[in-house]
Every structure is written in structure tokens, then in C-alpha cells.
Design a protein around this ligand. Structure first.
Ligand SMILES: [Zn+2]
Length: 114
């Protein structure tokens, strides 16, 4: 349990650094293209939309990683927040920010697509 969290922590820290650098780049692109102006014309400007979506996506991922790192600290990392079972290591390797075990994920997906 502890070793698993340590292993993923390193991966998460690396990913977080990458993402923060990428987010900076996107933020700078937005700024350099006069952000406000672009948002006003967002419907017409494809690039503004793409940047906006990129920014949002990366922000969300950073948020998820920070959350995971907090849970590593708390000792709750790798435990499904819904059913309390241990999340499969293979799943954490693919998605280190996973909060749900595969069973709950599938269940939630089904419910959200109702
Ligand atoms: Zn679960």
C-alpha cells in the first residue's frame, strides 16, 4: 500500500510539473492573443476555443493530481472513495489520479449516461 503510493507519487509529481509548464504556455498564448478580445469573439475564433478548452482540461488535470497528492499524504491514496476498496494497481498505472475502483467507475458511468 505504502510502496504503491510512493511509486505513483513520483509519477504524479513529474506529471504535475509537466502540466504546470504546459498550462503556463497555454495561458501565455491566451494573453498574447489578447484574451478578452478573443473571448468576446470566441464563437468566431476557433483558436480561442481550442486554447480555452486546453486550458480547462489541463487545469482540471492539475486539480486531480493535487488531490491525489493530498490523498497520498493522508494515506487514503489508492482507495476507492465510493466503496473503500483498494483500487487495482494496473488501473492506477494507467490513471494515477483515479478516485474510484473500476466497479464504481463503471457504475457511475452507467448512472451518468442515463
Ligand atoms: Zn469502488
Amino acid at each position: 500500500m505504502f510502496n504503491m503510493a510512493e511509486k505513483n507519487k513520483t509519477a504524479l509529481e513529474i506529471r504535475l510539473k509537466e502540466l504546470e509548464a504546459e498550462l503556463d504556455k497555454v495561458a501565455n498564448s491566451l494573453k498574447s492573443e489578447k484574451r478578452k478580445e478573443l473571448i468576446d469573439k470566441a464563437a468566431k475564433s476557433e483558436s480561442a476555443l481550442i486554447y480555452g478548452m486546453e486550458y480547462e482540461r489541463k487545469s482540471k488535470e492539475i486539480h486531480a493530481i493535487k488531490n491525489s497528492m493530498k490523498r497520498i499524504k493522508d494515506g487514503t491514496y489508492g482507495i476507492c472513495i465510493q466503496c473503500g476498496k483498494t483500487i487495482d494497481q494496473k488501473r492506477l498505472d494507467i490513471k494515477p489520479t483515479a478516485k474510484f475502483c473500476i466497479t464504481c467507475r463503471k457504475k457511475n458511468d452507467k448512472e451518468s449516461s442515463k
